[in-house]
Write a protein that binds this ligand. Sequence first.
Ligand code: 2BA
Length: 110
Amino acid sequence: MKLIITIVQDEDAGRLIGELMDQNFGVTKLATTGGFLKSGNTTLLIGISEERFDECMAIIEKVCKSRRQIATSPVSMSGASSGMYTSYPIEVTVGGATVFVLSVDQFVKF
Ligand code: 2BA
């Protein structure tokens, strides 16, 4: 068994969960925050059999789109020790999906 942990944009989360549920995958949704943009994203936990791994990854790849996003990056004005910061806009490409795949030793439901 595998555990897929995937971080996706909020805009894609509803459709991705819908498609996974339609195909009888078990999904848990967590509301998360990206460390860089400090804005909301969605993390899904998906436990699956090895046989259905490729099918699940194909759905994630199909649904999750990459998007350009403007972020405000804080920079130190005169060295980090000064405590004075200014910010400037930068453009980053977010997503489609950041995917971690773990092997599961044991899966039990009580
Ligand atoms: P954030 O940390 O908010 O990052 C959003 C996007 O900002 C990233 O998109 C990337 O394009 C850019 N970015 C991140 N760190 C950067 C940096 N130090 N300098 C310049 N640009 C930077 P993605 O790579 O698609 O990541 C989307 C979200 O996935 C991330 O949101 C974070 O929540 C998660 N993530 C990505 N890589 C991860 C990792 N290695 N471990 C844990 N979570 C990760």
